[in-house]
Design a protein around this ligand. Structure first.
Ligand SMILES: NC(=O)c1ccc[n+]([C@@H]2O[C@H](COP(=O)([O-])OP(=O)(O)OC[C@H]3O[C@@H](n4cnc5c(N)ncnc54)[C@H](OP(=O)(O)O)[C@@H]3O)[C@@H](O)[C@H]2O)c1
Length: 223
């Protein structure tokens, strides 16, 4: 069985890939253009995979035919900030791009790649607590918040729709992590976040499929 990581080029996805390789897993990792760090990870790397371009997901699925997977983990994500009062055409394009990558990307990855998963396997999606409506105490970040709320809803539906095939869904907030996305501000580093995500993926099952986890705290977040 192999574990497929989408968006493994840098940040949290790279670290998840490294840690899985270190524990001896068979890891298939994707990137748009692979970094030297990803090439050195020990994973089987597939380049040219853009979650916002569904033809590339279909090519990936075709190249993996006959390769049983036990995880599909969608890590890829995009963040930019749009503020009320500044929502011009450029801002709207930024919001649309985040929907394509953060919401439609994981949904289409589920559509195209979960046929490679069997009974007892898992689909993981990296989301954010910024997609929690109840947890929104500061506003702003329209595209990121809306796209992550949308992927949360997609995952809740996927948990229902994939249950008859024995596939569990984990919706994972990785913590506030020092990566390029946060301009290296945050509370934890990628190794701690990656270890927590792997731990959640190891333990999630059909009984808790579709839950919205704060992975490092092992807490369930409000919608
Ligand atoms: N860091 C945090 O504090 C934090 C908090 C909450 C949630 N998250 C979520 O955790 C995930 C990983 O974030 P990170 O902090 O590791 O971010 P990052 O360092 O900015 O890395 C983002 C990764 O996503 C890939 N990516 C972006 N758009 C893509 C696309 N269209 N197709 C394929 N890959 C794409 C990037 O590839 P390229 O190198 O090709 O750009 C890169 O590998 C994201 O979903 C993010 O929203 C992060």
């Amino acid at each position: 069985m192999a574990k497929l990581i989408l968006g493994a080029n840098r940040g949290i996805g790279l670290e998840i890939t490294r840690q899985l390789c270190q524990r001896g897993e068979n890891v298939i990792a994707t990137a748009r253009t692979a970094s030297d760090e990803l090439r050195a990870s020990g994973a089987e790397v597939h380049e040219g995979i853009d979650v916002a371009r569904h033809d590339t997901l279909r090519s990936l699925a075709a190249s993996l035919t006959g390769r049983p997977l036990d995880w599909v983990l969608v890590v890829s994500g995009l963040m930019s900030v749009q503020r009320l009062g500044e929502l011009d055409e450029t801002a709207v394009e930024g919001i649309r791009a985040q929907f394509e990558t953060n919401a439609l990307g994981p949904l289409m990855a589920a559509e195209i790649l979960t046929p490679l998963l069997g009974n007892g396997s898992k689909l993981g999606i990296l989301t954010s607590r910024m997609g929690s409506i109840e947890d929104n105490t500061s506003g702003n970040s329209y595209g990121y918040r809306m796209s992550k709320a949308a992927v949360n809803m997609a995952a809740a539906s996927l948990a229902h729709d994939l249950a008859p095939r024995g596939i569990a869904v984990a919706l994972l907030h990785p913590g506030w992590v020092r990566t390029d996305m946060t301009r290296h501000s945050g509370l934890i580093d990628p190794p701690e976040s990656a270890a927590a995500i792997i731990e959640r993926m190891d333990h999630v099952g059909l009984e808790d499929s579709g839950r919205f986890w704060h992975a490092p705290n092992r807490e369930i977040l409000p919608w």
